[in-house]
Design a binder for this molecule. Structure first.
Ligand code: LHQ
Length: 259
């Protein structure tokens, strides 16, 4: 079967491209397996320092392939989520390397959830986020109910999730859901430049920062302060911290090794 997820590594940046443009990159079983394999490949490859997740063609991802759901033998929804979607979202969040979502077009249903699970998002002018679940009598899934209130606030999250509403790229930027909106064809280059900036930073500090931000949602301030102290102890013992200090004092850009 032809691959529907492209995985390319270039200059410390892995680009993962959802590649079924004829169906707006709607997710099939093999595609979900490939996507999980791609994130696992990133996890194993320390030479990769940042990831770009994007879609081929005019869409980012239209969520679950709805035609596939009608095929005989399709797994029950809860099973499909537990066995295929949830492991992808968990793998994205467990990744040490930061993920830049390059949202090139519509991100609907579980496609929106994938976008939410990225660490930073950039959007093309024409992109949108569509909470399409309710329109087909389903509940937001693949992390959407967890990420959305945290990303845009509870009021907007409720409006979008309950009404199955859509956010344009400009609105998404206003709500802080995307870090920027790229004009014309600039998105790929802008996302790569952002990933390049991340790839130039100290990998272990980035990984520790990702974890601290994630953990902050489930702990009180005292625990967060202690968690920061613990992580800073680890970061402070790295060669990259020593390199960062040396570079500052020598007034030169740092060269982080990941050690
Ligand atoms: C599609 C799809 C699609 C197949 C466009 N499937 N072909 C669900 C179930 C199981 C387990 C776990 O979780 C989930 C979570 C979910 O993801 S539920 C939500 C599923 N997604 C949707 O409900 C979105 C359905 N798509 C749309 O509403 C529209 O296509 C959007 C708003 C994304 C884009 O609209 P347009 O720009 O007008 O494009 P279009 O509708 O004309 O689509 C273009 C083609 O892509 C078309 O194929 P065709 O052969 O007729 O040209 C669509 O059938 C196909 N396509 N989404 N999810």
């Amino acid at each position: 079967m032809a691959s529907s997820v492209r995985y390319e590594v270039d200059d410390a940046i892995a680009t993962i491209t959802l590649d079924r443009p004829g169906a707006l990159n709607a997710l099939t079983v093999p595609m979900k397996d490939e996507l999980l394999a791609a994130f696992r490949a990133v996890a194993r490859d320390r030479a990769v320092r940042a990831v770009v997740l994007t879609g081929a063609g005019r869409a980012f991802c239209a969520g679950q392939d709805l035609r596939e759901r009608l095929e005989p033998g399709a797994a029950p929804l809860a099973v499909e989520l537990r066995e295929r979607y949830n492991p992808i979202v968990a793998a994205m969040r467990a990744l040490d390397q930061p993920i830049v979502g390059a949202i090139n077009g519509v991100a609907a249903g579980a496609g929106a959830s994938l976008a939410f699970a990225c660490d930073i998002r950039l959007a093309a002018e024409g992109a949108s986020f569509v909470l399409a679940f309710g329109r087909i009598g389903l509940v937001p899934d693949s992390g959407a109910t967890w990420f959305l209130p945290r990303l845009v606030g509870p009021a907007k999250a409720a409006e979008l999730a309950l009404l199955g509403g859509s956010l344009s790229a400009a609105e998404a930027e206003r709500f802080g859901l995307v870090a920027g909106v790229s004009n014309g064809d600039a998105l790929a280059a802008d996302a790569r430049a952002l990933a390049g900036r991340l790839a130039g930073l100290a990998p272990r500090a980035l990984a520790l920062t990702k974890r601290a931000l994630q953990r902050s949602w489930s702990v009180d301030l005292d625990e967060a302060l202690e968690d920061e102290a613990l992580r800073q102890g680890i970061a402070g013992a790295t060669a990259d911290h020593a390199e960062g200090l040396a570079a500052f004092l020598e007034k030169r850009p740092p060269r982080f090794s990941g050690e």
